[in-house]
Design a protein. Sequence first.
Lengths: 608, 199
Amino acid sequence: MNLIQINEDNKQEISKKIAIGIDLGTTNSLVAFSENKNPKILKADNELEAIKSILTLDENNQIIVGKTAQNLKSIKSIKRLMGKTNDDLSEELKNYNYDILKNSEEKIIKLNFADNITPIEASAEILKTLKKRAEKSLETEINDAVITVPAYFDDAARNATIAAAKIANLNILRLINEPTAAALAYGFDKDLEGIYAIYDFGGGTFDVSILKMHKGIFQVIATKGDNFLGGDDLDIAIANHLVSKFQIANNIALNEANLAKESLSNNKIYENKQLKITLNQEEFHEIIKPLINKTLDIFATAIQDAKINKAEIKETILVGGSTKISYLKKLLAEFLEKPALDNINPDNVVALGAALQAEYLTNSTGNLLIDIIPLSLGIETMGGITEKIIPRNSAIPISYSQKFTTFKDNQTGMQIHIVQGERELSNKNRSLGYFELKNIPKLPAGKAIINIHFNIDMDGILTVTAEEETSNIKQEIIVKPSYGLDEKQLMEILQKTHQNAKDDMIERLIAKNNISLSSYKDQIEKIIADKDYNFSAEEQKEAEEFCAKMQEEKEKLNKSNNYNQLEKLQKDTKEYLNNLCLKKINIITSSLEGKTIAEIDNLFKNKK
Amino acid sequence: MNQQDFTCYNCKDSNQFGALFCSHCQAIQPITEKNYFKIFSLKQSFSLDKNKLEENYLNLQQLLHPDNFQQKSAIELNLALQHTSMVNEAYLNLKSDLKRSEYLLKIENIIVNQDNKSSISPDNDLLNYIFNLRDEIEEVENQEELKEIKENIKKEEIDLIEELEQLFPKKQYDIIAKLTIKLRYLEKIEEELEIKLAL
């Protein structure tokens, strides 16, 4: 037993220090690692830096990532489906892009690929490939990662990304916004001061962020974007033109459109003699101009949101493959009245920034990143009107509490609909989920007071807790987005994935969970034993029993090699510890609570 | 031990009330200050030095941001999260002129920002005014006119804020409450106009 303990501790030492940065892109994905503030894209000598975000089924029905082959089935641009339901998809997307399992009765999107996997599982395959590449390159096991998401990703899409990482057996240290990551990559080693803009036009999404840089602090002040505006949409626009002008099939047109775009970004004319297609640069510019203008309009609103003038922007940094189009650079320079910066390869800059943040979170590097939520959070009030609880562009983490009352006598339940978006009518915003409070004590209308706390964490994920004031009934829910995988389904997928995994991976998983469990147990025992906080004998006994039961369960699961249940036990124990921490904090602060602002004021005056 | 002092949960050393960190073991301490102005060491008033707010905000972030506590104990990380959430909430409410006014009114027990529990309701003149303004916007078709309306609303907001700056020192809370409600309606309409202009 002792021997294993030592071994485990060593592992913890190593895994603590190494964390990678991942740019999980619509078209390309990259993995990077930073040491001494020097981030590098990870790859083997003979490999390209970017891995194509494409999944292909080989002859043996195995999924391979990053390669296409004729006659083999493949899927791409999976990222656009993250956090979406079948109801969310536009007809255009269905027509062109995806092998989405049509006529599916379920809300959850399934792909007409492999065993009809979900986009989350497909993303997990890409993450697994990136993880493997990093492990090979760094010659060590990797558990922790910072993963980037478009700034404009909503709560559902962020949760979907977290689920994908879980399936890939990666612990997310932090989700960071892509433009913010890009800013980190540009600014970490320079003493940048002032206002900078990041213009991020990728394969599937467009984001623009405005940041204030000040003494090593990166403060995001506004972000705007469009999750359905990217290089893919330029392709679709060109394909539409080709279909109507040259009468070619949709799927051929899309491929041609992509080739034409790449060629015409710097050449005068594109020709495919076989298909009798020609497209010149003027036509190309005409086709893409409306879409580029759309990005500039979004840029203008972001500037407005930031409450600054265009002239105050010191530099604009270009990110994403679509920014390589010279015509785009020209229009953007006209808009800004100066050229934008592209001295770091716009394809790599996001991954490099993610690696820097990963380094910061594992070994403090002195830079600080203050990020914001892109969309307002609100609740539906009577008449279907949205009441904003936390406005867009608020710095995270953030909390907000609001009191609600019952409107009927003896009302015992209350449903709260949480939405994300800027529209006044709730049904025009994205529904994040319904939150139901039960067991409200029977009281006359307006007498039961329910205090609801909204918390947005560092990843931009919302948690809601509620308590009824007179009875102290407490409920917590993590808002589970209505799009899809619930905890049970996720467990099933994890089980399925790990069934095929090698024994050593299972061993590692078990070891990892054992380490965490011992650490949690130590912390719980330390807190509960602390005489100063007067935990009641009952509470102490409960905690002791919890630990004893946990220990017993742990040993049982270790014997049966049940890593899935062990993972669950680890999570439950972590939650228990967390609640205990909060309790302790409450005990510490309770001596100050119940005092009005005036009283605390007096306390302060007395001090002076 | 002074009554207002407290012991650090970590090292049990005595600390001054309000200390963010234990003077002995440097462990981050629980939140004691909930007044938005006090959090930033600012005078409680509607007129605000926004540069000072910004500067103190960034200083606090640098001290309290959870990223700096990733390698610390669960309690410290939790406390850092609570602190930063509180600082961000306070910053959000002070930075906005509307929210700052609402907060100052709340301290005077005047609630103007919750429909069902507001102590003061908008009067008929204001409702008529808003109703007409919305009507006008409905009828307008072209973007230029919408932009003009938006500019006018913006100007009116600036005037309102100036008025509030005059009224707060005089503690004329009845009028302040009315103007604050008006400001809230105008900001809402302005935002709707922005969405309309962006579509």
